[in-house]
Design a protein around this ligand. Structure first.
Ligand code: PLP
Length: 390
């Protein structure tokens, strides 16, 4: 896959096409096929033995609809290559199996599913896994003495939006011949480009902003062609490919990603500012607020601050539960990145399994509510929060 041109992200995602459609459609049809017919055995062997590029079997990743999606995904992160998966966890697990076998060093907070994968499965396979708190990141070099490890993190992180310095962590990792993988789900490629900041691999739960409508489950890896190759082999043999119909839906969603993200950014900023003024909210965690601890760093490495924020409600867990249960527009649901606004209480959902002490250590207060700010009118969202808080 060649490096996409230098147009802006909105132009790239609308116009990057691999094929010209025979009937003049600006978009490719959905190739709902698992297999492909060959003229003769010699032609089939040419593809199997790698002499010519061609489609053979969809699970191998050689489906035109999926290839077209991958062209768009690569363009978004300005990567040389992209691989599409059936879920974010499929992308993360294949990447870890391909590039993390010498050891994975995680920094800061991670999505619960990723933690479970690392603790229950990677460790069981004998992969050495280290978890460093954000405050312990200066210890990273000490854990990279052996070359070939994978440094893994999320920024902004769930649920307190903590910001990690991608450039700085990548520098330390590369000095020790380690690779860097960043889960860019919360920021989206419109707000943050980890590859430009030195990361080697970028991962997305495309279930979130990339698809943007809470109606498909998908994942993506954007990286160099050489780093993608071993991950594609794991994807093929674990059977983790995205389905062609889902790929077509995701391609359609990507065309509106830049405009959706601009509105998510704007709405979240309006909600964050309003919540910062509210007497019943003791703290707002939003990278766009000057009062937020990671604001300066976010300003340096992000071009927008995203649609995710957390608030801490006075009165602890019960008060927060009452607010969550009283919201009328925000839906009480997990996940994020859709057009509809969602609320969840980390202490009751994603971080329920942690002890209170551990939650406090991770900056997750009892009264914390995580908001995925959608694309409704910002004033309606603020009014909804105000009525619930009162
Ligand atoms: N990464 C992050 C930051 C997430 O929030 C999630 C899911 O919530 C995942 C990865 C996993 O994605 P999926 O549910 O598509 O497998």
């Amino acid at each position: 896959m060649s490096k996409p041109d230098d147009h802006g992200p909105a132009t790239r995602i609308i116009h990057n096409r691999r094929h010209k459609d025979a009937f003049g459609s600006p978009y490719s049809p959905v190739y709902n096929t698992t297999t492909y017919r060959f003229e003769n055995t010699a032609a089939l062997l040419d593809v199997i033995e790698g002499r010519t590029e061609g489609n053979l079997y969809t699970r191998w990743g050689t489906n035109p609809t999926i290839k077209e999606l991958e062209l768009g995904l690569a363009g978004l992160e300005q990567a040389e290559a992209a691989l599409a998966f059936g879920s974010g966890m499929a992308a993360i697990s294949a990447t870890m199996l391909a590039h993390g076998r010498k050891g994975i060093v995680c920094v800061g907070d991670l999505y619960g599913g990723t933690q479970e994968l690392l603790k229950s499965h990677c460790m069981a396979l004998g992969i050495p896994v280290i978890f460093l708190f954000r405050e312990e990141q200066s210890q990273l070099a000490a854990h990279l003495a052996e070359p070939g490890k994978l440094v893994y993190f999320e920024t902004p992180a769930n649920p307190n939006m903590a910001i990690l310095d991608i450039r700085d962590l990548a520098k330390t990792a590369h000095e020790h011949e380690a690779l860097v993988a960043v889960d860019n789900t919360f920021a989206s490629p419109i707000n943050q480009k980890p590859l430009d900041l030195g990361a080697d691999l970028v991962l997305h739960s495309a279930t979130k902003y990339l698809s943007g409508h809470s109606d498909i489950t998908a994942g993506a890896l954007m990286t160099s062609a050489s780093l993608a190759k071993p991950v594609a082999a794991w994807r093929k043999n674990l059977g983790q490919l995205i389905a062609p119909e889902t790929a077509a839906l995701l391609s359609r969603s990507l065309r509106t990603l830049p405009v959706r993200i601009r509105q998510h950014n704007e709405n979240a900023m309006a909600v964050a500012r309003a919540m910062e003024q509210h007497p019943k909210v003791s703290k707002v965690h939003y990278p766009g607020l000057p009062s937020f601890e990671g604001h300066e760093l976010a300003r340096q490495q992000m071009t927008g601050f995203g649609g995710m924020l957390s608030i801490e409600v006075e009165g602890g867990q019960q008060a927060a539960e009452k607010v969550a249960d009283s919201l009328k527009i925000f839906l009480l649901a997990t996940s994020l990145g859709g057009v509809e606004s969602l609320v969840s209480q980390p202490s009751a959902t994603s971080h329920h399994g942690l002890s209170r002490e551990e939650r406090v250590k991770r900056g997750i207060g009892d009264g914390m509510l995580r908001l995925s700010v959608g694309l409704e009118d910002a004033e309606d969202l603020i009014a909804d929060l105000n009525q619930a808080l009162s």
